[in-house]
Design a binder for this molecule. Sequence first.
Ligand code: ZN
Length: 149
Amino acid sequence: MKISSEDQKSQMCTNAYCCCKCASQYPIFAHPWNSGPFKGSISTRLGWGCLIEGRITFFDFEHTECEMFTPKYDENDFQSALKAIDAEIGYIFDKEELFLEKFGKGNIMNLTTVSFASTSVKIVYVLDCGQHVSDSVPMDDYLAWRGKQ
Ligand SMILES: [Zn+2]
């Protein structure tokens, strides 16, 4: 069975909804006990399997798309998302520390909501005394802080 040069192509695949970025796609390898075209080394890739609802459909190509697309978990995306959230949390807690010094009666126990609107950032949290506090920051203040990062 012919192995295509799809490996190099997957690095360049620009279709965000391509099968190569789908969690249902798995590589399919040969086994020496097989007969016919599926016989071979376990390191020989024969093609691609699409696993949906307990059934695997074989593809001899890697790149296409369908309506069942489910994004693959990506550790790098996850880490950069965490970093982005971390930066926002830094802002929110720095900001709320000052707010609490002025008006509050305790420490922040839990952050419950952060929402961004066109003119403001709304922050809702719970203090260790049980008090719920809602704060609204003008978007300009938030953007000024982002500019300093
Ligand atoms: Zn692709």
